[in-house]
Ligand binder design. Structure first.
Ligand SMILES: NC(=O)c1ccc[n+]([C@@H]2O[C@H](COP(=O)([O-])OP(=O)(O)OC[C@H]3O[C@@H](n4cnc5c(N)ncnc54)[C@H](OP(=O)(O)O)[C@@H]3O)[C@@H](O)[C@H]2O)c1
Length: 313
């Protein structure tokens, strides 16, 4: 049993170390999952770096997204059994070989999905699907999406297009624009240039890009702020001052408020999105847990265009 542990918060490559640990025993209502593969996501890096110190207990084992096989179940767990492939959602801890998880947050994975698809099925695909539900785009509506070439940006582009609306992709570089070449974008606009009038905006960037996007959304149109790629917050007061309907979207808040039925239902929709090709996560590299520093450096590379996974078997 090995795990990646942070005993203090700070730069992930500096504060994490690989440690041996005892095999966890399942809680009465919990399961122990033998992890196969876990993704590295911006939310992992942010948490390790100390962005949410009030809710990050130390020592901290990162990894919000990954797939594994049920190893053992607690006596109160029904509907899950040893040998079943599951996504243990709703908590960190995927960057270790065995993760203890409440049974209610373990979602069985259909057999036809690959381990790569399963390991990346949660954070971005579910967020994209829920945000699409929230903005409910009308046919022909123009939807602004910044960081449009990011993993979630590309999913949003396809979902908006599939809903009959017009994805307006906002990018910051020609490299990002090239990554969108095969995607169904209606229009590509560079950050810092004039945006068309939009029916809704989806902001993963914050700062100047998010502020400009909010200003382009028509009065009363939804503007969902869900990421801080620039590291700069939106101006305080934007929520009050903007004529758009500004809201924050955090997957964590949705998942923690959802019932098991709602969670499984939403994940069933996501599995359908994966099968239909609306959700296609490119996996660019896989590294064993022991090589986590190389994995983190690859993930931080400006040339990366797909997800980096940690393999745990
Ligand atoms: N709120 C939630 O619950 C939730 C859920 C899922 C994801 N998210 C957020 O969604 C964002 C994207 O996640 P992801 O997994 O799709 O990321 P990703 O695939 O790792 O892609 C990030 C890409 O965004 C671009 N980027 C970085 N900084 C930027 C900036 N300042 N302005 C514009 N583009 C920038 C970079 O591409 P280029 O270098 O090519 O521009 C980078 O490759 C993250 O902020 C993440 O936290 C939030």
């Amino acid at each position: 049993m090995l795990r990646l542990v942070a005993h203090r918060l700070g730069p992930p490559g500096e504060v994490l170390s690989v440690e041996p640990a005892d095999l966890p025993q399942p809680e009465p209502s919990g399961v122990v999952v033998r992890m196969l593969s876990s993704a590295i996501n911006p939310s992992d890096r942010l948490t390790i770096s100390g962005a949410y110190p009030h809710r990050t207990a130390l020592p901290f084992i990162p990894g919000y997204e990954g797939v594994g096989i049920v190893e053992a179940t607690g006596r109160e767990v029904h509907g899950l059994h040893a040998g079943q492939r599951v996504l243990p959602l709703g908590s960190a801890g995927g960057w270790q070989t065995f993760k203890g998880s409440p049974g209610r947050w373990c979602v069985p994975v259909p057999d036809d999905l690959t381990d790569d698809q399963a390991a990346t099925a949660y954070i971005n695909p579910l967020t994209a699907r829920l945000m699409l539900r929230a903005i409910a785009p009308a046919p022909g509506a123009s939807i602004g999406i910044n960081a449009a070439a990011s993993a979630i940006g590309r999913m949003l582009v396809r979902m908006v297009h599939a809903a009959g609306a017009r994805p307006v992709a906002i990018v910051r570089s020609s490299r990002a624009r090239a990554l969108l070449e095969d995607e169904p974008v209606a229009e590509v606009v560079f950050d810092g240039t004039a945006l068309p009038l939009l029916d809704a905006g989806l902001d993963a960037v914050g700062g100047a890009s998010g502020t400009a996007l909010a200003a382009a959304v028509k009065p009363g149109g939804p503007f969902l702020h869900y990421g801080l790629l620039s590291g700069e917050p939106l101006p305080p007061g934007l929520q009050r001052q903007s004529s758009a309907a500004v809201q924050l979207f955090w997957l964590r808040a949705w998942v923690h408020a959802a019932s098991r039925e709602q969670l499984c239902e939403a994940m069933a929709e996501v599995f359908g999105d994966i099968r239909s090709g609306l959700v296609r996560t490119t996996v660019e590299a896989r590294y064993p847990l022991e090589e986590f520093r190389r994995a983190l450096a690859h993930d931080a590379s400006p040339h990366r265009s797909g997800k980096v996974l940690l393999t745990l078997v």
